[in-house]
Design a protein. Structure first.
Length: 317
């Protein structure tokens, strides 16, 4: 039982918050963070994506390798550089981003770059919306999810919306909804749920969008809301889990730690889409998984950086 995360890996340059300001280099990118999070929590995990054949791309691969992530499905290109993100933090640890993407290497991964053995060798495939922003990478992501579904893998989607990365805002709703229809597990922030409701059903209550997501074939929808209760939705029931209190210093990889924690538990119990559906029929299974994931997220926000802030099993004990 194993997980493959597809999409962007980039460099986060994290501000020290001082004047004059200086920045420290960290390997990051949402799917790469999730891969490391799940690997550090004991799940066999791979990362699939395009890296620049430059100092930053090779640094990312080295960091993935050192954190126990299989990089067999990584590709390198000299056509574009590895993406960069400069991250400033406010007094509460909340982030503001300045992205240097596009152009970027991760956008160049194409359908032909896939090793199709990857889809039969992994029981879960995870993506986020940053691999939907350009037409090529959107088509590649859809192809990957479609192949994973054919192999009866569990498809996981964390929206993780960064509107500034989209050259055409009008593409966002349709592309994200397309991925939702291919997904078994969907994780949204409350703000992202509001965004989908406003774009899709602006005159209807937010419950209509929740219902539409479940009717699209999603087995479990999870909605986080900062330090407030985490809501989960299943066709037969719903509920909420309160996250643990923690000292927030940097929220950079909070959501990635959370979904990585969820997938690590799901991957240990579920071998296929069918077994995931059966797993989710028991409400306590979902609640135990979210509780564990919330602990992983709380640990991550109490430390600076992305990969380096993600907990191991021993950390959560």
């Amino acid at each position: 039982m194993s997980l493959v995360c597809f999409g962007e890996a980039l460099i986060d340059f994290l501000s020290d918050g001082k004047q004059p300001e200086s920045f420290t280099k960290f390997a990051g990118g949402a799917p790469a963070n999730v891969a490391v999070a799940a690997a550090k929590l004991g799940l066999k995990t791979s990362f699939c994506g395009m890296l620049g054949d430059d100092m930053f791309g090779h640094f990312i691969k080295q960091e993935l390798d050192q954190n126990g992530v299989n990089t067999r499905y990584c590709r390198f290109t000299n056509v574009a550089k590895t993406a960069l993100a400069f991250v400033s933090l406010d007094a509460t640890g909340e982030r503001s981003f300045s992205f240097y993407r596009p152009p970027a290497a991760d956008l160049l991964y194409s359908v032909d770059d896939f090793d199709h053995a990857m889809f039969t060798e992994h029981s879960i495939m995870h993506v986020c919306s940053n691999s939907l922003t350009e037409l090529n990478i959107y088509r590649t992501t859809i192809h990957g999810l479609s192949q994973a579904k054919k192999a009866d893998a569990i498809c996981s989607f964390d929206m993780n919306l960064r509107e500034s990365l989209w050259p055409n805002i009008s593409d966002i709703f349709d592309r994200i909804w397309h991925v939702i229809t291919l997904s078994d597990l969907v994780k949204l922030s409350f703000e992202e749920l509001e965004f989908l409701n406003e774009k899709g059903h602006p005159t209807l209550p937010i419950e209509h969008t929740i219902d539409a997501i479940l009717k699209a074939g999603v087995t479990c929808l999870v909605v986080t809301n900062g330090g407030d209760a985490i809501r989960y939705y299943h066709a037969d029931f719903t509920g909420d889990i309160s996250p643990p209190e923690t000292n927030v210093v940097d929220t950079t990889a909070a959501g990635d730690a959370f979904i990585g924690g969820m997938l690590s538990k799901i991957g240990q119990r579920c071998r296929s889409k069918l077994s995931f559906s059966e797993f989710c029929q028991t409400q306590s299974n979902i609640e135990d998984t979210i509780t564990f994931a919330a602990r992983a997220g709380a640990f991550a926000v109490s430390r600076y950086g992305a990969f380096v802030s993600l907990p191991s099993e021993a950390d959560l004990l």
